[in-house]
Design a protein around this ligand. Structure first.
Ligand code: AR6
Length: 167
Protein backbone atom coordinates (compact mmCIF):
# COMPACT_ATOMS: atom_id res chain seq x y z
CA UNK A 1 0.00 0.00 0.00
CA UNK A 2 1.55 3.34 -1.02
CA UNK A 3 0.27 5.31 2.02
CA UNK A 4 0.00 3.73 5.43
CA UNK A 5 -0.54 5.00 8.97
CA UNK A 6 1.78 3.75 11.68
CA UNK A 7 2.18 4.48 15.36
CA UNK A 8 5.86 4.28 16.21
CA UNK A 9 8.57 6.69 17.27
CA UNK A 10 9.71 8.16 13.95
CA UNK A 11 13.35 8.03 15.06
CA UNK A 12 13.27 4.21 15.00
CA UNK A 13 12.12 3.85 11.38
CA UNK A 14 14.41 2.39 8.77
CA UNK A 15 13.19 4.33 5.76
CA UNK A 16 15.07 6.44 3.24
CA UNK A 17 13.85 9.70 4.78
CA UNK A 18 11.93 10.85 7.84
CA UNK A 19 10.21 14.24 7.84
CA UNK A 20 10.75 16.48 10.84
CA UNK A 21 8.28 19.14 12.05
CA UNK A 22 10.88 21.89 12.46
CA UNK A 23 10.79 25.66 12.99
CA UNK A 24 12.21 28.38 10.71
CA UNK A 25 15.59 28.38 12.50
CA UNK A 26 16.11 24.64 11.83
CA UNK A 27 18.13 24.62 15.03
CA UNK A 28 15.99 22.17 16.98
CA UNK A 29 13.16 22.50 19.47
CA UNK A 30 10.68 20.36 21.37
CA UNK A 31 8.23 17.73 20.13
CA UNK A 32 9.34 15.44 17.35
CA UNK A 33 12.11 17.91 16.42
CA UNK A 34 13.76 17.41 19.82
CA UNK A 35 13.42 13.61 19.54
CA UNK A 36 15.03 13.60 16.09
CA UNK A 37 17.98 15.79 17.13
CA UNK A 38 18.61 13.70 20.25
CA UNK A 39 18.55 10.47 18.27
CA UNK A 40 20.61 11.76 15.32
CA UNK A 41 23.36 13.29 17.47
CA UNK A 42 25.12 16.66 17.35
CA UNK A 43 26.27 16.26 13.74
CA UNK A 44 22.68 16.90 12.66
CA UNK A 45 22.60 20.29 14.37
CA UNK A 46 25.99 21.12 12.86
CA UNK A 47 24.64 20.48 9.34
CA UNK A 48 21.43 22.38 10.11
CA UNK A 49 23.51 25.41 11.09
CA UNK A 50 24.82 25.58 7.52
CA UNK A 51 21.35 25.75 5.95
CA UNK A 52 20.34 29.32 6.80
CA UNK A 53 16.92 28.39 8.17
CA UNK A 54 13.79 27.57 6.19
CA UNK A 55 10.61 29.45 5.31
CA UNK A 56 7.23 28.25 6.53
CA UNK A 57 5.86 25.80 3.96
CA UNK A 58 9.36 24.98 2.73
CA UNK A 59 11.68 22.03 3.38
CA UNK A 60 15.40 21.28 3.50
CA UNK A 61 17.21 17.95 3.57
CA UNK A 62 20.14 16.69 5.64
CA UNK A 63 21.79 13.39 6.31
CA UNK A 64 20.36 11.17 9.06
CA UNK A 65 23.63 10.64 10.99
CA UNK A 66 22.93 8.19 13.87
CA UNK A 67 19.34 7.58 12.77
CA UNK A 68 18.39 4.42 10.89
CA UNK A 69 17.00 6.64 8.11
CA UNK A 70 19.38 7.92 5.46
CA UNK A 71 17.99 11.45 5.35
CA UNK A 72 16.01 13.89 7.46
CA UNK A 73 13.76 16.32 5.62
CA UNK A 74 13.07 19.34 7.80
CA UNK A 75 9.84 21.11 6.98
CA UNK A 76 8.30 24.10 8.73
CA UNK A 77 4.56 23.91 9.24
CA UNK A 78 2.33 26.92 9.82
CA UNK A 79 1.33 28.00 13.31
CA UNK A 80 -2.47 27.77 13.56
CA UNK A 81 -4.04 31.23 13.76
CA UNK A 82 -7.67 30.25 13.22
CA UNK A 83 -7.46 28.94 9.66
CA UNK A 84 -7.81 32.14 7.65
CA UNK A 85 -4.13 32.98 7.40
CA UNK A 86 -3.15 30.61 4.62
CA UNK A 87 -2.57 27.74 7.02
CA UNK A 88 -3.97 25.04 4.71
CA UNK A 89 -1.94 26.15 1.68
CA UNK A 90 1.23 26.34 3.77
CA UNK A 91 0.65 22.89 5.23
CA UNK A 92 0.00 21.42 1.77
CA UNK A 93 3.23 23.00 0.64
CA UNK A 94 5.12 21.27 3.48
CA UNK A 95 4.02 17.84 2.28
CA UNK A 96 4.49 18.59 -1.42
CA UNK A 97 7.90 20.20 -1.04
CA UNK A 98 9.11 17.38 1.22
CA UNK A 99 7.92 14.72 -1.22
CA UNK A 100 9.56 16.54 -4.14
CA UNK A 101 12.85 16.68 -2.22
CA UNK A 102 12.58 12.99 -1.38
CA UNK A 103 11.93 12.15 -5.03
CA UNK A 104 14.90 14.30 -6.13
CA UNK A 105 17.18 12.27 -3.84
CA UNK A 106 15.78 9.01 -5.12
CA UNK A 107 14.02 8.01 -1.89
CA UNK A 108 11.72 5.00 -2.20
CA UNK A 109 10.31 5.24 1.35
CA UNK A 110 9.44 8.29 3.45
CA UNK A 111 7.85 8.66 6.89
CA UNK A 112 6.11 11.89 7.92
CA UNK A 113 5.30 13.17 11.35
CA UNK A 114 1.95 14.94 11.52
CA UNK A 115 3.23 18.43 10.74
CA UNK A 116 1.85 21.39 12.77
CA UNK A 117 -0.46 19.15 14.79
CA UNK A 118 1.41 19.50 18.10
CA UNK A 119 2.96 22.69 19.47
CA UNK A 120 1.81 24.67 16.40
CA UNK A 121 -1.83 23.99 17.25
CA UNK A 122 -3.28 22.96 13.88
CA UNK A 123 -6.49 21.04 14.66
CA UNK A 124 -5.48 17.41 14.34
CA UNK A 125 -8.46 16.32 12.27
CA UNK A 126 -7.79 19.01 9.69
CA UNK A 127 -4.03 18.45 9.79
CA UNK A 128 -4.65 14.78 9.08
CA UNK A 129 -6.94 15.56 6.16
CA UNK A 130 -4.41 17.91 4.56
CA UNK A 131 -1.68 15.29 4.99
CA UNK A 132 -3.71 12.47 3.43
CA UNK A 133 -5.07 14.59 0.54
CA UNK A 134 -1.67 16.01 -0.36
CA UNK A 135 0.22 12.72 -0.08
CA UNK A 136 -2.44 10.92 -2.16
CA UNK A 137 -2.27 13.59 -4.87
CA UNK A 138 1.51 13.22 -5.02
CA UNK A 139 1.27 9.43 -5.24
CA UNK A 140 -0.84 9.76 -8.35
CA UNK A 141 2.17 11.34 -10.06
CA UNK A 142 4.91 9.07 -8.73
CA UNK A 143 5.22 5.80 -6.81
CA UNK A 144 6.69 5.92 -3.30
CA UNK A 145 6.17 4.10 -0.02
CA UNK A 146 4.84 6.77 2.36
CA UNK A 147 4.14 6.36 6.06
CA UNK A 148 2.28 8.87 8.17
CA UNK A 149 3.14 8.54 11.85
CA UNK A 150 0.12 9.15 14.08
CA UNK A 151 1.93 9.18 17.35
CA UNK A 152 -0.40 10.57 19.96
CA UNK A 153 -3.62 8.92 21.04
CA UNK A 154 -5.90 11.55 19.47
CA UNK A 155 -4.21 11.46 16.08
CA UNK A 156 -4.26 7.67 15.98
CA UNK A 157 -7.96 7.58 16.93
CA UNK A 158 -8.78 10.10 14.18
CA UNK A 159 -6.88 8.01 11.68
CA UNK A 160 -8.81 4.88 12.66
CA UNK A 161 -12.10 6.74 12.47
CA UNK A 162 -11.67 8.57 9.16
CA UNK A 163 -9.26 6.39 7.18
CA UNK A 164 -9.55 2.77 8.41
CA UNK A 165 -8.26 1.63 5.02
CA UNK A 166 -4.87 3.22 5.75
CA UNK A 167 -4.17 1.31 8.98
N1 AR6 B 1 7.65 10.32 16.55
C1 AR6 B 1 6.60 10.64 15.76
N2 AR6 B 1 5.74 11.64 16.02
C2 AR6 B 1 5.96 12.37 17.13
C3 AR6 B 1 7.05 12.11 18.02
C4 AR6 B 1 7.92 11.02 17.67
N3 AR6 B 1 8.97 10.71 18.42
N4 AR6 B 1 7.01 13.01 19.03
C5 AR6 B 1 5.93 13.80 18.81
N5 AR6 B 1 5.29 13.41 17.67
P1 AR6 B 1 5.19 18.80 17.16
P2 AR6 B 1 4.55 21.06 15.33
C6 AR6 B 1 4.08 13.96 17.05
O1 AR6 B 1 4.78 19.63 18.32
O2 AR6 B 1 3.17 21.13 15.84
C7 AR6 B 1 9.06 22.05 17.86
O3 AR6 B 1 9.51 22.71 19.02
C8 AR6 B 1 3.13 14.72 17.92
O4 AR6 B 1 2.27 13.82 18.63
O5 AR6 B 1 6.46 18.03 17.27
O6 AR6 B 1 4.77 21.13 13.84
C9 AR6 B 1 9.67 22.62 16.59
O7 AR6 B 1 11.00 23.06 16.77
C10 AR6 B 1 2.35 15.56 16.90
O8 AR6 B 1 1.23 14.81 16.39
O9 AR6 B 1 5.34 19.73 15.81
C11 AR6 B 1 8.74 23.76 16.29
O10 AR6 B 1 9.09 24.92 17.02
C12 AR6 B 1 3.34 15.75 15.76
O11 AR6 B 1 4.47 14.92 16.08
C13 AR6 B 1 7.39 23.25 16.73
O12 AR6 B 1 7.67 22.26 17.73
C14 AR6 B 1 3.82 17.17 15.59
O13 AR6 B 1 3.99 17.82 16.83
C15 AR6 B 1 6.65 22.58 15.61
O14 AR6 B 1 5.36 22.24 16.04
Amino acid sequence: MPLKFIREDITTLKVDAIVNAANTSLLGGGGVDGCIHRAAGPELLAECRTLGGCATGGAKITKGYRLPSKYVIHTVGPVWHGGEHGERELLESCYRTSLDLAAERGCASVAFSLISAGVYGYPKEQALQVAVDTIRAFLETRPMEVYLVLFDREAWALGQEHYPELI
